[in-house]
Structures are given as structure tokens and as C-alpha cells.
Design a protein around this ligand. Sequence first.
Ligand code: SF4
Length: 390
Amino acid sequence: MSNETIPGVSAPVNGEFIPSSFTLGHGQSAPSASPAALYPSALAAAYAAVDRAADPYERVKARALLAGYDRRWLERFTRARIITVETEFQYRLLNPETGGQSQSFDAAGKIDAIIEEDGRLKIVEHKTAGESIDPAASYWDRLTLDTQISAYYIAAETGLGLRPESVVYDVIRKPGLQATDVPVLDEAGLKIVIDLATGERALNKNGSPRQSGGEGYQMRLRPMTAEEYEAKLTGDIGERPEFYFAQREAARLDADIMEYMADAWAQGQMILYFRNRNLWPRNPSSCTVLGICPFFDLCAGHAAVDGLRYARGAKIHKELESIEENGRALLTNSRLLDLRSCARKHQLRYEERIERVGEEAEALRFGTLMHNGLEAWLSWIKQDQTKEEK
Ligand code: SF4
């Protein structure tokens, strides 16, 4: 292959993606390290973003994680320079073999952040994980196959004129600790245990109030308050931050980006194939992976698109605020994930624009909440760095 340039991508597509000597802010160098202590309000900004959550337990879970994240990573992000936060992108999908532009699809998405650290540009990708993020966990191996990052490299290059050298996977593990029931205490701070035979408070032989349950006894319980749950989580996160927060940096080679382009093009062709035949195969193996599929009742014939359980006309790319489909469908990472897991799911959500009424999966809702908090946190630091430069 020649070392030509494909339309829309300014770097040679089959050479090395050699980082340019990109200079920040047109000639400015990164500011000297800013002590983390200068940023007391980044966390307050993050809290403000998550305090809008309707569920008080979800809200405090996000707050506890953000406080732990702030303690763990503030130093790193304040020493770096924050270049962009939550940047939406859209570019014509390209055929990597011919360089031809797609008439049907645009690649689209959002880059969480781009930072400059030690003179190197890095994409930051936030993830929330429900599984182990220990250094030896298989989670990290899977991330290396994460094609979405390659789309970010292309978008950074074509849309922003930036050439990142690596990606920082910034992973937060979702807490398994739940808000459980807790004992009701009397004025003296003692638990209240009832003797089921008499219905009276159970006493020990020495007359003191019994403090344990057991057969024939019932301890009075009440639900843990949101404030107590926040304190419980904060304690656990403070004791083992490495359990909850981990980062790993990886490079993306030119070959990885070319492979992503070939994958994305092939998936676009697959959509056209299914669309032209109005044929969207179901994949029953996916129905209960990561919880039950939101379209299960519709797919199984237990419900209809009647506006009660399912409705048509949903905004299908809720994560993208400023990007609209412009005669070409948007290929986002979420869309490609749906297509890979089940063509019928992809059809219902992205072709038919159907959604389940009034239900948002807990995992998705909490992921969005954390994303909002992290966006506010990084934006605050970026804004402060901009002020310092003036
Ligand atoms: S859309 Fe696919 S994954 Fe969802 S219920 Fe139907 S077959 Fe299963």
C-alpha cells in the first residue's frame, strides 16, 4: 500500500501514527504543576452535578465514589493540563480500502477528555465496571479490544487537529455494598430485641437488654438512611481505594485504527444488508446477558407498541446533545454494541426508534450519573487552569 492520505483523515493511513510535535494553545507550554490543594471546589462541582439524581441512595453512592475519586486522582489531573472535556464528534464513515465516504453513515460519539501530561497528549476514557479491576483481572485484557477508542483517535485528529499518543482507561468499580436494614436503638444506644413468646423486650439473666437475635427473638430493624449509607460507603472506599479506582494507559497503533475502520465499515454494510431485506435476526443468547433485554416482552409477544409499555419516536442518541442525523444514520459505540449482540435489538432501538416506557436500566442510569459528576469535576479544573493562564 502506498503512503497516501484518505479523505477526512489527515494522517497517512498505512504508515505509523507518529505523534506530531503538537504545541499547546498555539505556542503555550503546559503550566507548571498546580498543587491539588488549589482545587477544593472541583468536588463541589461534581456533587452539584449528581445531587439532581432523584433516588437519594443513588445520589449518595455517586457522591461517595466521587469523593474517593477526588482523593485518588486530583493530584494527577491537576498536574496535567485538561485540553477538552466531553467533546462530541461526527465524521463520515470511510471505507479504509478505497477511501470512499459512506453515503449512509456517520461515525459519532463523545470523547470524555483529552489531557496533556508530561508533554504527551492522552485520551481519557471513563468506565464504570461491575467486576474486578485488580491489576490481574481479565477486564483489562478486554479493554484492549475496545474499538471505540480508535474512533476517538480519528475524531481527535480530524476534528480537533490533535494527535493523542495513548489512552488512559480510568475505571471506577461500582460498589457492591448495599443499604441494608440496621438495628433500631433505644435512648441509651442499645439494640431492641423482642422476645416473641411474650412480645416484651428480651432481657439477659442479669436484667440487661439482650443484644442479639436468634430463635424466638426478633431484633427491631429499620432501613439504613441515605446519609448512613454514604458514611458506610465512604468508609469502605477510604480503606481500599485501589479496589474502586484504577487507571491503565495503552497505546493505539496505526494497525489498530485501520482494523477499527474496517470493522466499522463492515458493520455499516451489515446494517444495509439487513435493512434492504427487512430481515433482523434475533439472538436469544443475548436476551438475559447483563440483565434482561428491555425489548424482551415485545420480542416475546407479551406486549405491543401501544404507548403504554413501549412507545415509538424515541430520541435514539440521548448521549449526544448537539449532533443530529443529517441524512446519514449515526454509528455510535452503543449502536454497534447493540448490533453485535442482537440485530433485532438494534432494529427496534435504532431503526424503529422504539423504547420501553418509563424504564431506564439501573446500570445505565448510574453510569450516566457518574459521567455527569466526572464531567463537572474535570470541567471545573479545566476552567480554573484557563483562569490561571489569563
Ligand atoms: S431483541 Fe434480541 S436480545 Fe432482545 S429479547 Fe429480542 S431476541 Fe432477545
